[in-house]
Unconditional design. Sequence first.
Length: 62
Amino acid sequence: MDFSRLQPVYLYCPNCGHKCVGYRSRDGTAQTVCGRCGLTVASKRRTERIVDMRLTAPPETI
């Protein structure tokens, strides 16, 4: 396996502001789970200026 292509993706949780770290998969999506509030963030860069983000709340908060 070639691990040299793995680069971390850093982002702040839009819910609580905690800094989260994840890695990109082969299709370009990065999925992280916030360690503080449990929010799941999945993001994918569509173009240079457009990033799609999907936020999923943990089931115990609903």
